[in-house]
Design a protein around this ligand. Structure first.
Ligand code: PNS
Length: 161
């Protein structure tokens, strides 16, 4: 068996400290971790995929076994192309579980050899989501401590959304 490669897929719009916490945990557990940003033309996003990739790259530059790419189409196909054996996902609370269960089982149906592994982010981030970060920012609230400083700067540079 070759290296144990895990893929951590998501929208990352924007990257939060919760994502980053999970990336750090995953990088300690697997030989390498590929952070995969979904290119979703149907979903209106705040940041372009390129902007999200830049922010992720900056955030993981100290983690030698973590890389960042974007993908479209089926996750399991992309994961298999990259030689990944594991899909990594974070579960914050019970409310995440149902959606994650469905996705994991669908992915298993599509590609039985790929295993989904769930990890818990640090409890300080159990309420942090990209959607809420965006919502708070939109109405002028502080997102300090919820996202990396460079993401906060990018948000400010976008101005009031
Ligand atoms: O951060 P998100 O938005 O919860 O991530 C969702 C993501 C990107 C993991 C999921 O939408 C996905 O894998 N999309 C790719 C298309 C696909 O493979 N769909 C079937 C999965 S059940």
């Amino acid at each position: 068996m070759g290296p144990n490669i895990a893929i951590y897929p998501g929208s990352f719009d924007p990257l939060t400290n919760g994502h980053l916490d999970l990336i750090e945990r995953g990088s300690r557990l697997f030989d390498s971790l590929l952070v995969a940003i979904l290119r979703n033309e149907n979903k209106t996003s705040l940041f372009t995929v390129e902007e999200r990739a830049q922010m992720l790259c900056q955030a993981v530059q100290g983690l030698a076994n973590v890389s960042v790419e974007s993908f479209d189409g089926l996750l399991v196909r992309f994961a298999a192309d990259r030689g990944a054996r594991v899909i990594l996902r974070g579960i914050r609370a019970v409310s995440d579980y149902e959606y994650e269960l469905q996705m994991a089982l669908m992915n298993r149906k599509l590609h039985p050899d790929l295993e989904t592994v769930f990890m818990l982010p640090g409890e300080a981030y159990s309420y942090v989501s990209s959607r809420l970060v965006m919502e708070v920012f939109r109405v002028g609230g502080s997102v300090k401590d919820l996202v990396p400083a460079h993401v906060e700067q990018r948000l400010k540079a976008k101005g009031r959304i």
